[in-house]
Design a protein around this ligand. Structure first.
Ligand code: TD3
Ligand code: NA
Ligand code: ZN
Length: 311
């Protein structure tokens, strides 16, 4: 079923589990995410960045958004698990407009780089606009950047729980992404992962709404090593250990954004298959191994987040 993201996340928030939000840019990743979620009988959120929409629409934003809605709806309407489609890191109004018009389940307005008052103002407007079309909204407070030696980067990027309370009350936003020390991509921490759990706990207590963890890829050793065996150069790649993410779920994280792990899993399989099958030129064959690794990551994440069996 194609459902609202709010429906999926409110249930997760009540029962203290989390649902992964997997980024896609193409059919292949979408196929394996859905396959994995069906096998785990789990809800799943598909998300696309502005870049993915530009890529799919070959520069035509509305066409790209529409294409993803049609692809995801086609899968959702033929399987028995709840599936939502979310615009990730909506920063420009034309993408938010296209996502709302195309029929996305939810949109993120990411104005976290703006000062608090400005972020609040912009988010409040987008909430009014999206809610008028029955679409839920995610926003971000604080900025995604690692914690170096337990103090946040000079820009004080971690979320302020008191500000979060005001922000949620004033904007009516449906879910919130608190910056607690993670960052995007494959090189998240210099030393060990450092997340500010106390801060997360406070934000949940003061806002009481579903929370989103960005930069939540674990960068599993298994796929990094395999990719490097086949000439990839991912030295220094480091993610958030699953145990740390599970602690975040216990403290109120309900949506866990995952992009990098799928990319690394896929490229490991692709590199391996191409190297081992120099005669192969059928994409349905040489994409297979990487697609199967994507499915492995999907199923493992659905399991450890507690979403398995919750469809
Ligand atoms: O928060 C995340 C997931 O971040 P990651 O998968 O890199 O940990 N996203 O919003 C996905 C898009 C960011 C680029 O990767
Ligand atoms: Na998002
Ligand atoms: Zn993110």
């Amino acid at each position: 079923m194609y459902v609202s993201t709010k429906e999926i996340l409110n249930k997760a928030s009540k029962e203290f589990y989390a649902v992964p939000a997997f980024n896609i840019n193409n059919l292949e990743f979408l196929m394996k995410i859905i396959e994995g979620a069906v096998e785990k009988n789990a809800p799943v959120i598909i998300e696309t960045s502005e870049g993915a929409i530009k890529y799919a629409g070959n520069g035509d934003i509305y066409r790209g958004a529409r294409l993803f809605v049609k692809m995801v709806r086609e899968f959702a309407e033929t399987v028995n698990i709840p599936i939502a489609l979310h615009l990730d890191h909506g920063k420009h109004m034309e993408f938010i407009a296209a996502a709302i018009r195309a029929g996305y389940s939810s949109v993120m307005i990411d104005a976290s780089h703006e000062p608090f008052k400005e972020n609040l103002k912009i988010t409040k407007e987008v909430v009014k606009w999206a809610h008028a079309s029955g679409i839920s909204v995610e926003a971000e407070l604080g900025q995604l950047a690692g914690i170096e030696d337990n103090v946040s980067a000079e820009k004080n990027v971690l979320i302020d729980p008191e500000e979060a309370k005001i922000f949620v009350e004033e904007t009516g936003v449906d879910f919130l992404a608190p910056a607690i020390g993670t960052s995007h991509g494959a090189f998240k921490f210099k030393g060990e992962a450092k997340l500010d759990f106390e801060r997360l706990k406070r934000v949940k207590e003061l806002t009481g709404i579903p929370l989103v963890l960005h930069g939540a890829s674990s960068v599993p050793e298994k796929y990094v090593k395999l990719a490097e065996e086949f000439e990839a150069n991912l030295g220094g790649a480091k993610g958030v250990p699953a145990e740390e993410i599970k602690k975040c779920v216990k403290l109120g994280i309900n949506k866990v954004n995952t992009d990098t792990d799928l990319r690394i899993a896929f490229v490991a399989g692709l590199r391996k298959h191409l190297k081992e099958n120099p005669k192969e030129f059928d994409p349905r064959k040489y994409f297979k191994e990487g697609m199967n690794f994507v499915k492995e990551v999907v199923m493992d994440r659905l399991e450890f987040l507690g979403a398995a069996g919750k469809a």
